[in-house]
Design a protein around this ligand. Structure first.
Ligand code: HEC
Length: 122
């Protein structure tokens, strides 16, 4: 968890959203999550994982491009079960997933918020 938070801390620039101000986590939360926007599977994770990762990491992908058999992201539970690994490879200063890149800093920050903050929320 400490590693995840460190990655989170250097995970990118604050995201300026054109939309209305986003709700933030409750005051009970401390650390970076205290002021992080609430990002959920429904608001972000599902669309991001489907569009960005499932090409290779869905169990049903016709061509997984060599993605490991064990690294499957079909469902929210699949992603949360490997959250630390996802944070390691897809957020932070030197992300290596997806291999071809192309993910915006904003989306990487949202991914970090989701997996670091909302995913742990009750
Ligand atoms: C073009 C295909 C492709 C896409 C798209 C892709 N991956 Fe991967 N992924 C791979 C391959 C190939 C490997 C195995 C080689 C490696 O670990 O670099 C891998 C490995 C991984 C691993 C295991 C790393 C480890 O060290 O065990 C994780 C976690 C992962 N990917 C997450 C993601 C996430 C999250 C996304 C979406 C943001 C994503 N991948 C998108 C092909 C892909």
């Amino acid at each position: 968890m400490i590693a995840a938070l460190l990655l989170f801390a250097c995970g990118g620039q604050p995201v300026e959203s054109a939309a209305a101000p986003v709700e933030t986590a409750s005051s009970e939360t401390e650390g970076p999550c205290a002021t992080a926007p609430i990002v959920t599977w429904d608001s972000f994770g599902k669309g991001f994982i489907t569009g960005t990762c499932q090409t290779c990491h869905a169990s049903s992908a016709p061509d997984r491009h060599g993605a490991p058999e064990a690294v499957v992201f079909d469902t929210e539970a699949d992603v949360l079960a490997q959250a630390a690994l996802v944070l390691e490879v897809a957020t932070g200063d030197d992300p290596r997933m997806p291999p071809e890149g192309g993910v915006s800093e904003d989306d990487r920050a949202r991914l970090a918020w989701w997996l670091t903050c909302a995913a742990d929320a009750p």
